[in-house]
Design a protein around this ligand. Sequence first.
Ligand code: 8DG
Ligand code: MN
Ligand code: MN
Length: 408
Amino acid sequence: QQITEEVVAFSVPSYACQRRTTLENHNMVLTDALSLLAENAELSEEDGRGVAFRRAAAVLKCLPEPVRSMAQLRGLPCLGDHSLRVIKEILETGASSEVESMRESERYKALKVLTGIFGVGAKTADRWIREGIQDLQQLRDSEQTLNRAQQAGLEHYHDLNQLVTKAEADAISEIMERTVISVLPGAQMTLIGGFRRGKQTGHDIDFLITHPEEGREEGLMSKVVSCLEAQGFLLYQKTTRNSYLESSSGPGRPSSNMDRFERCFSIFKLAKEDKRGETLMEDGAKTLNGDPGSHSPSSGQSQASGDRKRASEDGAKDKPSKHKRWRAVRVDLVVSPISQFAFALLGWTGSKLFERELRRWAGHERSMSLSSHALFDSKQGRYLRATSEEEIFAHLGLEFIPPSERNA
Ligand code: 8DG
Ligand code: MN
Ligand code: MN
């Protein structure tokens, strides 16, 4: 009697926005490997390859069980030759030699450390590496000029490379909520980004702010930022004003997929709790010496020259201090008018790949253009209104996927 093992191939639609991807990942070993290849491609400014690996990883993330054989992958979308080769080697030997040697390579390690500094992207890191800078100490010893973001990034390097917990996100949400309502009663604040998707940790915390009356949100960001600053909560902030209506390409047809809301990239000073659960903000702020909140010499100057300083002027400030009773946390704020709120909410909830796939679906499958501001239907030559995420999915002809299932 012949026993044939039945191989049930998985079946998966090709766009990530057509799939439900929870945080439960049955193929972590495979997706970690592919994500590392994606990351390395992005750090090398090969974005096309980066996206290809991200798409391959995302397909494996949504499978209902661990992959056991290559045969199960037959017919799956987005798995290119390179990704399949990596998967095959891992299934056979437990690891991918390419991934392992990349992880250990000096270049990857240096790129990782240097881009781990807030304000440092792949281009800058690459330039520094070519100039012989591989780590933070070499950067400090060098004569490199750092902008204000990078100075803050270097200063708070240790804290900003610790994952933010849900508890910390809740604590900052409470502070934010209080602040936003105090500067504009009736304003509404929503947690977006990874925490809205149900993640328990993240690299930052993202908030979207609006007001139910159109126009009332104008000027809100600067008031919120001033109020946070007055309370001593901000170690760094850079606000970018709204440029949506100034764009020559017009609303909904942005030239890039960067959006143009008023927003703020900040570093928050969050008090750690003592054993009784009391926050130590006041205490910590007063007694700490070398408190970054009490200003590096150049802060407050707005001239370009005042914003820059030598890497060597920053001491070894990223070292965790025993007595430090607060920690630095990255926080992103976005303000949107209520008329664009649903688009902003959808556009800023992520994941990044899910967003990218939504736009690709809109363009390629529906001749529509989706941004975090609007949805434009090219066939009808008009904007499609929406007051909820559900309506936007409906306009796009997609089944509604809730935030917790957008973890592609
Ligand atoms: P994490 O912080 O938990 O690690 O993950 P995340 O919350 O998913 O990532 P994020 O880097 O904080 O980004 C949150 C969302 O915001 C994500 O969907 C991508 C989106 N986003 C940016 N920058 C921009 C932008 O310039 N325009 C638009 N529309 N979205 C953006 O990060
Ligand atoms: Mn985030
Ligand atoms: Mn963010």
